[in-house]
Design a protein around this ligand. Structure first.
Ligand code: PPS
Length: 205
């Protein structure tokens, strides 16, 4: 029995774009890329990503932020925090990021994205240099002390299961393009570190 609904139809034809990548890049005045922020809950991913977004916007770049909590209310509202759901969460975000990059934007994504393999598959789907991994490296003790949503407390009490860093894995990035330590410098300095990477590598002027 063939499940027709799940088969990719041969009637689906990929439309060629009438505006080229080069034309989009020239109009935007910068190269497109995804700034993939990864790190523990409470590490500062969203805060640094939004600070970077503001700096880039002020420089005249076309930008957007995809944020964990927001996306989980909409597009990924059907997903929880099992390993399988986290894999699907990141797969979908990867696809959405690819569309934003195709549109010529500098898109910042702020998801824990705990598994090396999932981050690697998003990278593999983009062209060279279009995936910039930004590791928000904040010790778990600091994240737990910050505990902005009270989730670490709940995880320690057993009220939340599968909490990253407690009873669910976070696989460390091995060679991130940018390595940010929020416990050692200000948010502004962290954001500047990312913006400087983009300048030094010719994404922006
Ligand atoms: S993942 O692992 O990439 O799929 O997670 P993500 O989509 O980034 O969602 C993380 C936010 O969800 C809240 N939350 C949890 N995080 C980790 N583990 C468990 N079990 C969990 N339950 C809820 C938490 O607020 C995370 O937000 P951040 O911004 O990371 O603190």
């Amino acid at each position: 029995v063939v499940d027709v609904a799940n088969e990719k139809s041969s009637d689906v034809v990929w439309h060629l774009a009438s505006v080229s990548h080069a034309q989009r890049e020239a109009a935007n005045g910068h190269a497109p890329a995804v700034l993939w922020f990864t790190g523990l809950s409470g590490s500062g991913k969203s805060t640094v990503a939004n600070a970077v977004d503001k700096m880039l916007h002020d420089l005249g770049c076309k930008t957007y932020v995809l944020d964990g909590d927001n996306v989980r209310h909409g597009l990924n509202g059907d997903l929880g925090f099992s390993d399988t759901d986290r894999v699907e969460n990141i797969r979908r975000i990867g696809e959405v990021s690819k569309l934003f990059v195709d549109a010529g934007l500098l898109v910042s994504t702020a998801f824990i994205s705990p598994f090396v393999e999932d981050r690697a598959s998003v990278r593999a789907q983009l062209r060279d240099n279009q995936f910039i991994e930004v590791y928000i490296d904040t010790p778990i003790e600091v994240c737990e002390q910050r505990d902005p949503k009270g989730l670490y407390k709940k995880a320690r009490n057993g009220e939340i299961k599968n909490f990253t860093g407690i009873d669910s894995a976070y696989e460390l990035p091995t060679s991130p393009e940018v390595h940010v330590k929020t416990a050692e410098q200000s948010i502004e300095a962290c954001a500047l570190q990312v913006v400087d990477y983009l300048k030094e590598n010719g994404y922006i002027d």
